[in-house]
Design a binder for this molecule. Structure first.
Ligand code: NAD
Ligand code: DAU
Length: 344
């Protein structure tokens, strides 16, 4: 038996990866270390909670004592734990720096002390910055040039992981993935926000002119990529994980509205995100050389994700109805001032 520490396993991608590992590797045990921030949700893991190969520990990756105890018990680490939402990092980046920078350092330090056989740092395409329309996709050799507080905190974790590989010989691998979509994504992120708002007949807020381009990677494709890199990636290397499912904001909103069966009049243009990255695009040939290919094209991503949110309203409605979410929404999407009335 091997034991894998999966951090952030109560979140969107981490939870899907916990399930993936238990299914794909019958000889593995999983320890899920998660702080249960606003984005962590044990309801997402109800189906594996009683699996004897699964253990949940509530705690912080920046807690050196706890991390030291856990690292003594594991063979491999996959670090998903993070503050993950760009808009929240623009409001306040404190927790982002603590978790995404110092937390990653704390894990790396313990992994080095305990001599783990593999450390996979889950990074992001946002560390590369933003591309102009005609620019070539990023390769892993492209310079890291993050532009928003979230991306900077992730670049700090990414670079610290590289530093541990170079200076301490820690067997580190890094993945840099595109925007994930699929089951259990917290509905602050665009795709689940648009699907659930459409279902509730609320408007779909499109930042700025709606021309920013994102690639859409199904979370199951991402999980297969992380598994492959964990086992077959070359130590010290980073791996881009993109699916080539590009769409801009307007096209995406129209696609989701069509899938949910709601009118395009629900599209509402709102203030742009400050420092909005206008385009991400990854060259994933290094990942493909390991034999990985995405299985979900754009239509399959939207179709499967819409179907999941339609069939799992018991999962997302309590989140959207919570006072925390409502307070966040009111702050992020302030209602426009009422139209000025002409004095009669
Ligand atoms: P998420 O916000 O859904 O989940 C993050 C999880 O980490 C939550 O369960 C939260 O409780 C936990 N967490 C936060 N701080 C912690 C701490 N200090 N200690 C322990 N646990 C903590 O995020 P996600 O979308 O699933 O993203 C997972 C990872 O993948 C992140 O590292 C993110 O940067 C990266 N990533 C995400 C995407 C995407 O599109 N969502 C794309 C590429 C990379
Ligand atoms: O690319 C990988 C990154 O993808 C991950 O590292 C992040 O953790 C993840 O949150 C995601 O970041 P984005 O900023 O790209 O995702 P988000 O869903 O917040 O926004 C996607 C695009 O949609 C972006 O161009 C901003 C725009 N947008 C977003 C929201 C929430 C809107 O137009 N309206 C919205 O209401």
């Amino acid at each position: 038996m091997k034991t894998v520490l999966i951090t952030g396993g109560a979140g969107f991608i981490g939870g899907n990866f916990v399930r993936h590992v238990l299914r794909a590797h019958p000889d593995y045990r999983v320890i899920n270390l998660d702080k249960l921030t606003y984005a962590g949700n044990l309801a997402s893991l109800a189906d594996v909670a009683d699996d004897p190969r699964y253990e949940f520990v509530r705690g912080d990756i920046a807690n050196a004592e706890l991390v030291d105890l856990l690292l003594a018990r594991v063979d491999m680490v996959v670090n998903f734990a993070a503050e993950s939402h760009v808009d929240r990092s623009i409001m306040d980046a404190d927790a982002f720096m603590r978790t995404n920078a110092h937390g990653v350092y704390t894990l790396l330090n313990a992994a080095h002390r305990h001599g783990v056989e593999r450390f996979l740092q889950v990074s992001t395409d946002e560390v590369y910055g933003s591309l102009a329309p005609e620019e070539a996709p990023w390769t892993e050799a492209s310079p890291l040039a993050p532009r928003n507080p979230y991306a900077v905190s992730k670049a700090a974790g990414d670079m610290m992981a590289q530093a541990f590989a170079i200076t301490h010989g820690l067997p580190v691998v890094i993945t840099r993935a595109a925007n994930n979509v699929g089951p259990f994504q917290y509905p602050e992120k665009r795709v689940p926000l648009y699907i659930t708002n459409a279902m509730e007949d609320r408007s779909l807020p499109v930042y700025g002119n709606g021309r920013a381009v994102r690639d859409h990677l199904h979370v199951e494709d991402h999980c297969r990529a992380v598994d492959l890199v964990l086992h077959e990636g070359q130590s010290g290397q980073a791996y881009n994980v993109g699916a080539g499912n590009d769409a801009d904001g307007v096209a995406l909103a129209e696609r989701i509205l069509a899938a949910v069966g709601k009118p395009t009049s629900l599209i509402e243009f709102v203030a742009d995100r400050p420092g909005h990255d206008m385009r991400y695009d990854l060259d994933s040939s290094r990942m493909q050389a390991l034999g990985w290919r995405p299985r979900f094209d754009m239509d399959a991503c939207i179709e499967a994700t819409v179907a999941w949110y339609v069939n799992h309203q018991d999962w997302w409605r309590p989140i959207k109805d919570s006072s925390d979410f409502r307070a966040y929404y009111a702050r992020q999407y302030p209602a426009p001032p009422p139209a000025l009335r002409r004095a009669s």
